[in-house]
Design a protein around this ligand. Structure first.
Ligand code: HEM
Length: 322
């Protein structure tokens, strides 16, 4: 159960004592909860520990019929990204983190960007921000409350099944990262197709890990010194039976998949002034050809990321002015 508790606090959530159940959770309340009583000034309030990466996406053109996003025309586009672990502590030990993450940012033109943030679980345990918040309240209350929470939330089934079968790998390069939330692809005729995506490791061979607090980031640095790390970027197309607004249900494996191309990660920068730290990987920063669904978690994410960004940007500014 301890592992489950750790896992469910994957966004670094720590309950503030005075918060009570509410119908609608605000971004401020979420971020208060995530940062806990001792915020780490200048850092992200979730996924605080991370390293910046650069690379390129080589599109094979297979997704282009479904979306007018220029990224998916055949060709190569550079990106800046970030590997991270869940939690609000920027010096947390890598191997204790229950969730690992990959974020990407594409500059598609002077006016268009796409920000993508993915995690290792393929589903949320709940369907909306209020229940996610309550889930954390239950975690704070202890094992009996968590048990009772899941008893009252049968929609957690897919998440719990996945968690029971998941073994963390020995590298960021060997994990599968998932969009969790669904989005729409919009084609040239403005038809929309709901999709989720995941990135899957390609021939990234296992490596030896140290016991250091920075084991995963060190491993990735030495791996990249020997060559690029690659992932296949795969899109799963929803059928009419799938509810794209529900992030707790994993779609059947029989759904059509389109492999859109290869993500090649080439460099890593673990310094605190690296480029990606100033990026807010807001999942609603979308280019033409990709649109948000009405998934309530997706919309809650955007507001919470903005609040976290506001706090850390202000702290950085105040630090610079001192
Ligand atoms: C209601 C649910 C969620 C809340 C409240 C939440 C909150 C946050 C916050 C506040 C940040 C820090 C943003 C910043 O300062 O730049 C963050 C980062 C992040 N979140 Fe979430 N999150 C949620 C769900 C998700 C989901 C479903 C995913 C994965 C699909 C996800 C993936 C990430 C990643 C990868 C980062 C780090 C991005 C980076 O490297 O900067 N989050 N989250």
């Amino acid at each position: 159960m301890k592992t489950l508790i750790q896992f469910l606090s994957w966004s670094g959530l720590v309950l503030s004592a005075n918060l009570v159940a509410q119908e609608k959770v605000t971004a401020q309340q979420f971020v208060d909860l995530q940062e806990g009583n001792k915020p780490f000034a200048g850092f992200r309030r979730a996924h605080a520990k991370g390293a910046c990466i650069t690379g390129e996406f080589v599109s094979n053109g297979a997704l282009a019929p479904y979306t007018k996003a220029t990224l998916f025309e055949a060709g190569t586009t550079a990106f800046v990204g970030r590997f991270s672990i869940a939690g609000s502590n920027p010096t947390a030990p890598d191997l204790k983190a229950p969730v690992r993450s990959l974020a990407l940012s594409f500059n598609l033109s002077n006016t268009e960007q796409w920000r993508v943030a993915m995690n290792t679980p393929p589903a949320m345990a709940v369907t909306n921000a209020h229940d996610f918040y309550q889930q954390i309240v239950a975690i704070k209350q202890g094992p009996d409350a968590i048990k009772a929470f899941f008893k009252e939330h049968p929609e957690s089934k897919d998440f719990l099944n996945w968690k029971a079968s998941y073994t963390p790998s020995s590298s960021f390069a060997l994990e599968q990262y998932n969009s969790i939330n669904a989005f729409y692809l919009i084609d040239n005729q403005n038809n929309k197709q709901a999709v989720r995506w995941h990135v899957m490791p390609r021939d990234n061979t296992p490596n030896t890990l140290t016991n250091s607090d920075n084991a995963l980031f060190d491993e990735l640095s030495s791996r990249l010194a020997n060559g690029a790390v690659s992932f296949n970027w795969v899109f799963t197309l929803a059928s009419n039976d799938d509810d794209e607004t529900n992030p707790a249900v994993i779609w059947p494996s029989s759904r059509e998949q389109v492999s859109a191309g290869v993500l090649k990660i080439k460099t890593i920068d673990t310094s605190e002034d690296a480029r990606c730290h100033d990026i807010n990987f807001d999942p609603l920063t979308l280019p033409t050809g990709i649109a948000a669904t009405q998934d309530p978690i997706l919309n809650a994410r955007s507001a919470a990321y903005a609040e976290s960004y506001r706090r850390r940007a202000k702290e950085k500014l105040l630090e610079a002015l001192q």
